[in-house]
Design a binder for this molecule. Structure first.
Ligand code: ADP
Length: 269
């Protein structure tokens, strides 16, 4: 029935066998607002390095045309800005891919300790450069679970890179894998991977928003470290796809612990 039915008339309409579709406009509006905010954020994030690059190009064409030293310096800055844009676009593509795959459960198996050892090996230059002491636990042997290897690598790389970038000052990185006999929120046995640092930690007020796209505690610092503000959003979507959960414990001044909890078995869709 293509007719507008008032709430008062609903029982009568239903009595006559009408089908009534109730659309929650506030939810649709909220989603639309989030989409608009996201587009505005992306535009802003891309415009910042672009504006800087255009400024330097103008300077190189004008006042610094014959200044060889300044030219080298400006080209370095422009290269850094271009690679920032490159990282941002890569992360945006990653996020969009991960979001579009979120409903499809991973169909292959991954060896979790092997995968974690691989991530630590890949990041060993960055770990040495940060000068942190690494403590690992439970990474021996092999344990398989349903998962997307590339995506899980991305999760642990992001979390370890964050621990080095923001928590490296504490001189410690912990990477631990352990089994949970029963994880109440996942209603079953699970694996927990903990990435911990003893850096400056995060104020409690930020914790609920940390996995939002472009949310940063300190935007200036994130940018200076080469961050895009998308890392934890990507992590969250990948963990969701694996029907797992991400737990964040942090205390200002004491460090942070990010725990990825993955169900030991997922019913394959
Ligand atoms: P970014 O690209 O800015 O690193 P992320 O989404 O990975 O983006 O992280 C969002 C913000 O969370 C960071 O900007 C930082 O403020 C905070 N953060 C993430 N990991 C840590 C950590 N281990 N210690 C302190 N702050 C962190």
């Amino acid at each position: 029935i293509a007719a507008e039915i008032t709430v008062a008339a609903l029982p009568a309409a239903l009595g006559r066998g009408a089908t009534v579709a109730v659309l929650d406009i506030s939810v649709a509006e909220e989603a639309e607002q989030m989409r608009r905010d996201f587009v505005a954020n992306v535009s802003h994030e891309l415009k910042t390095p672009l504006t800087a690059m255009m400024g330097f190009i103008e300077t190189l064409r004008g006042p610094a045309r014959d200044d060889v030293k300044a030219r080298g310096r400006f080209l370095d800055i422009m290269e850094a800005e271009a690679s920032r844009m490159n990282r941002l676009v890569s992360d945006l593509l990653s996020l969009s891919r991960v979001q579009s795959e979120e409903r499809r459960r991973p169909s292959a198996d991954v060896d979790l300790p092997l995968l974690l050892r691989g991530v630590l090996a890949t990041l060993s230059p960055a770990i040495s450069a940060a000068g942190v002491t690494v403590e690992t636990g439970g990474l021996e042997g092999s344990q398989s679970l349903p998962g997307d290897a590339d995506q899980l690598v991305q999760v642990f790389q992001n979390l370890i890179e964050n621990a080095l970038k923001y928590g490296g000052g504490g001189g410690y990185l912990g990477v631990r894998l352990h089994r949970i006999a029963y994880e109440p929120m996942l209603r079953g046995p699970a694996w927990a991977v903990e990435i911990a640092d003893r850096g400056e930690g995060i104020d409690e007020m930020h914790l609920p928003r940390l996995t939002e796209r472009f949310y940063r505690v300190d935007t200036h610092r994130s940018r200076a470290q080469g961050g895009t503000g998308l890392g934890l959003a990507i992590v969250k979507h990948i963990v969701n796809r694996h029907r797992g959960r991400l737990k964040i414990d942090s205390q200002r001044g004491a460090g942070s612990r990010f725990t990825v909890i993955l169900p030991k078995t997922t019913t394959r869709a």
